[in-house]
Design a protein around this ligand. Structure first.
Ligand SMILES: NC(=O)CC[C@H](N)C(=O)O
Length: 270
């Protein structure tokens, strides 16, 4: 099959679109960076793409709350576009990275159909516990026990990736919501202490869990596994030389830990 085409959505304040497009290209996809206003002018552009990616940054200056305004623009002007990628025929993928995950959370697509929540918002992303922007590397573990079916994490058990956010603390409405999300394999990416650690539901101390997130959640996928949002930045660890200690490593891996996520997306179409 021809390489899948990726729509990397830009908005005022987006700042990770070039790296994200580059990561998809390294993985074998074709990627185009498209401004949200261009899509609003010409919504049919969406039909050119198989993958929708919302990259990181500070869309609309994080005004009101990070991701809130871009989510409102998508909901009010591009509802069909969002729906066709999230639902449609089930033949497309959606990836939200950092600010992109914040947008997906504000849209509600990652926590859709959580019955334990009743009528209220099941979960959100809020300010890091220490109230500051935190920018450094973190260890991440994949929840393989709860049968996570996330397309992007297929075959991955651990990643070492940069994180850079202020509003990245995942909070569920209550324990039943958290349990339902966990048991359905949707809390698929968690902060862990190191490469050997398995995931834990008990909130780990800072700095293991950089923001105080419930169950150490760093990424959430929808029930189908095709729609995934994560707070860390896989596009910033595509090449082995992006690893902070790469000159001191005895063996150089072929790629950075983040590349496999983009390769998984491309392979899903093969
Ligand atoms: N790197 C990012 O995408 C940052 C997201 C958002 N601006 C925050 O600080 O929380």
């Amino acid at each position: 099959m021809a390489a899948p085409r990726v729509l990397v959505l830009r908005a005022p304040g987006t700042n990770c679109d070039e790296e994200t497009a580059h990561a998809f290209v390294q993985a074998g996809a074709e990627a185009e960076r498209v401004h949200v206003n261009r899509l609003i002018d010409n919504p049919l552009l969406k039909d050119r793409y198989q993958i929708l990616c919302l990259p990181g940054g500070f869309s609309y200056g994080d005004d009101i709350a990070a991701g809130r305004i871009l989510a409102a623009r998508l909901r009010n002007h591009l509802g069909d576009l969002v729906n066709s990628f999230v639902h449609g025929n089930g033949d497309r993928l959606v990836l939200g990275i950092c600010n992109g995950m914040q947008v997906l959370m504000r849209l509600g697509v990652l926590t859709e159909s959580v019955s334990a929540a009743g009528d209220s918002e099941p979960a959100t992303l809020t300010w890091n516990n220490h109230g500051r922007f935190e920018d450094r590397w973190v260890h991440l573990g994949v929840d393989t026990e709860n049968n996570a079916n996330c397309v992007f994490l297929n075959g991955i058990s651990h990643m070492y990736l940069p994180m850079a956010h202020a509003e990245g603390k995942f909070v569920a409405k209550d324990q039943p919501v958290l349990d339902e999300l966990k048991q359905s394999g949707r809390l698929c990416l968690r902060y862990v202490a190191d490469q050997q650690s398995t995931i834990s539901d008990d909130i780990q101390d800072f700095p293991i869990n950089p923001n105080g997130a419930d169950a150490n959640v760093a990424g959430v996928c929808d029930p189908s596994g095709r729609v995934f949002g994560l707070m860390p930045h896989p596009e910033r660890h595509i090449d082995a030389t992006q690893h902070p200690y790469w000159t001191r490593r005895k063996e150089q891996p072929e790629a950075g830990d983040g590349l496999a996520m983009f390769q998984n997306a491309v392979q899903w179409f093969e």
